[in-house]
Design a protein around this ligand. Structure first.
Ligand code: CKX
Length: 603
């Protein structure tokens, strides 16, 4: 677990300099780097943009598919006046493993390709001089790591990954690198939680620091006016006539935490917070006590050229398309996204289901992707995998717990839940994560089609049921779609008959569609067929009161491994990979802009 995951800020006592740009880059297929002193300097290298996945910049297939160790190097100047402060290199994400060296000295390693970590370089730096940071990365997949997969060696000696999941294994320094300096006595973390009382609200906060001085907490409204103040490392800020954060109607306050020594500011950290409550009441999802219906998408961080790298321009476009479509929510399928995504969701009032990269925990379902037909939770890899899974859930919650947009934690995507062996795993991971979130948000996981009310052994664990269903595509497809609709209705009738007392949100459904392919009458892969599949699902959603949300798979077409089920990627996007609308986008624009936020509220 990381010590401090606070997002870097710049103020009178904190600095943040991005080291993004061109770095030097080398593959290390035979693993000579450590012996040949690459930790100090890469002898041969090409230029490589950061942040970016390296894969799609290459024109030869061996490089694009490269699996193994890879190295990055960058020189950076460290001013003399940084001496005496904490100095760190913050990596927002390196996929999937990284070891950090400064001027040849190993600082630390980190595993987990979608969460940040800080290398404490305070004692390793040469102040007032140029320094060199080297990152030894690795992108292999294994059953002992998240996301799950295998790494195999071909007869020609080259390695390749076989993911048990359906997104391309884009690798490299996928998010920004920051050189940060902080005071020695500093704020390392804070939590917020809220109670609403009539028109007023209480903001309960806690702060952790590295020293003994007290903390002053100041809350300002959107106009910058102070509305509450308190001294103490924990306390309550009372807000009269509070402006609540609401779905697609966000209101943000700024919380400033300050350590002072008499009149000197020792440390200060400010962040936007939104006052709101989240509760699951029977089959209702309630925000501020009001029932909400989720409309939106499963997404990916995926775009041409830079792969899985965070790109503010792409993100801005995605938010405007989501707003236009009438959506109010998305799932960070299948890994935690760049922190700026949550900041944008906070400001735009989107609800986010935040997902950890526990994907591929069901080999049989992913057999077309290279998985094996055996029970995943029986394997000898479960013990080490569990430790990494818990570590990443812990860091995801630690990183994202103060975002008003985050409304639920998804602890797994489409795991095996039909075998007895899955039960102790679920029991343990749900018990261990129970108290991690001060806001006690709902915890959940998505259920694949094998996992129904009749087959799943793990339905007691989630607070909300997330269903991924594909009648009309993976079965009962084409002209058989009417049987697919009947089958799904039968399944929903069984949930209804069970006296279901938790909401169901459909987090995946859809059909692969080649943009521009039109056909009357429709055929699979045509834009017309995609709309027919989505109309079919909409009829079902509209028929059952306990279905409290629809997040179509996927927002945009995305890159996957190559295979006989994939035509240059997964084409279930409502938008193309370059973010142009398919006919389905206009279908959702019409449907969702007409569905009110409190659709199906029990009045
Ligand atoms: N669900 C049969 C997980 C996603 C995939 C999606 C698909 C599957 C379907 C499970 O990551 O992309 O195949 O389209």
């Amino acid at each position: 677990m990381e010590q401090s995951l606070l997002y870097p800020v710049v103020n009178a006592v904190r600095t943040d300099q991005k080291l993004d740009g061109l770095w030097r880059f080398s593959f290390d297929a035979v693993g000579v780097g450590p012996q040949e002193g690459w930790a100090k300097h890469l002898p041969k290298a090409v230029d490589m943009p950061v942040p970016a996945s390296f894969n799609d910049f290459f024109t030869d297939k061996d490089a694009r598919e490269y699996t193994g160790d890879f190295w990055y190097e960058k020189k950076f100047f460290v001013p003399a006046d940084y001496q005496g402060r904490f100095v760190g290199l913050r990596f927002d994400a390196v996929t999937h493993r990284a070891t950090i060296y400064v001027d040849g000295v190993k600082i630390r390693s980190h595993e987990g390709g979608f969460l940040p970590f800080v290398a404490d370089v305070t004692d390793a730096l040469h102040y007032g001089e140029e320094n060199t940071v080297v990152v030894q990365g690795n992108n292999e997949l294994s059953r002992e790591a998240l996301p799950a997969g295998d790494t195999i060696t071909l007869k020609n000696g080259k390695k390749m990954v076989r993911p048990f999941f359906d997104f391309y294994n884009y690798s490299g320094i996928n998010r920004s690198v920051h050189l940060i300096t902080l005071p020695v006595e500093r704020i390392t973390d804070y939590t917020t939680d809220f109670t609403l009382a009539g028109a007023d609200a209480d903001v309960h906060y806690t702060v952790t620091t590295t020293g003994d001085h007290d903390v002053v907490a100041v809350l300002r409204d959107a106009d910058g006016q102070v509305v509450a103040e308190n001294t103490g490392k924990q306390g309550t800020l009372h807000v009269t006539d509070a402006h609540l954060w609401n779905v697609r109607a966000a209101y943000l306050y700024t919380l400033t935490l300050r350590i002072t020594n008499d009149t000197t500011i020792v440390d200060e950290y400010s962040a936007e917070i939104g006052i709101r409550t989240i509760k699951i009441v029977g089959t209702e999802i309630q925000v501020n006590g009001q029932s909400v219906y989720l409309k939106g998408f499963g997404r990916h961080e995926d775009s041409p050229f830079a792969g899985r790298a965070f790109d503010l321009n792409v993100e801005k476009k995605d938010f405007s398309l989501m707003q236009w479509s009438g959506a109010n929510s998305f799932r960070t399928s299948h890994y935690p996204y760049d922190e700026q995504v949550y900041q944008m969701a906070d400001r735009e009032g989107f609800l986010v289901i935040d997902e950890v990269p526990a994907v591929g925990f069901k080999m049989a379902a992913a057999s077309f992707l290279g998985g094996l037909n055996q029970s995943f939770f029986k394997g000898p890899w479960i013990k080490p995998l569990h430790a990494k899974h818990l570590d990443q859930i812990t860091d995801m919650i630690k990183r994202d717990k103060n975002h008003p947009s985050v409304f639920a934690w998804s602890l797994l995507n489409e795991p095996d839940t039909v075998t007895e062996e899955s039960v102790p795993y679920f029991k343990q991971i749900f018990a261990e994560t129970k108290d991690l979130d001060p806001q006690s948000r709902p915890r959940t996981f998505s259920l694949s089609e094998d996992d129904t009310i009749e087959t799943s052994k793990d339905l007691d664990f989630p607070d909300i049921y997330l269903l991924n269903r594909y009648p009309g595509w993976y079965h009962y497809a084409g002209y058989q779609i009417s049987d697919g609709e009947a089958g799904l209705r039968e399944e929903m009738d069984k949930w209804a008959a069970s006296g279901i007392n938790k909401p169901i949100v459909f987090t995946e459904f859809g059909a692969d569609t080649e943009a521009g392919l039109h056909k009357l009458p429709s055929v699979m892969w045509s834009e017309e067929y995609q709309v027919e599949v989505l109309e079919m699902f909409s009829r079902i959603f509209d028929s059952y009161p306990f279905i409290k949300g629809e997040q179509v798979w996927n927002f945009a077409d995305f890159q996957t491994v190559e295979g006989n089920m994939r035509v240059n990627g997964n084409k279930k996007g409502i938008f193309t990979r370059d973010r142009q609308p398919k006919a389905a986008a206009f279908f959702y624009h019409k449907r969702w802009t007409n569905i009110p936020l409190d659709y199906k509220a029990q009045k």
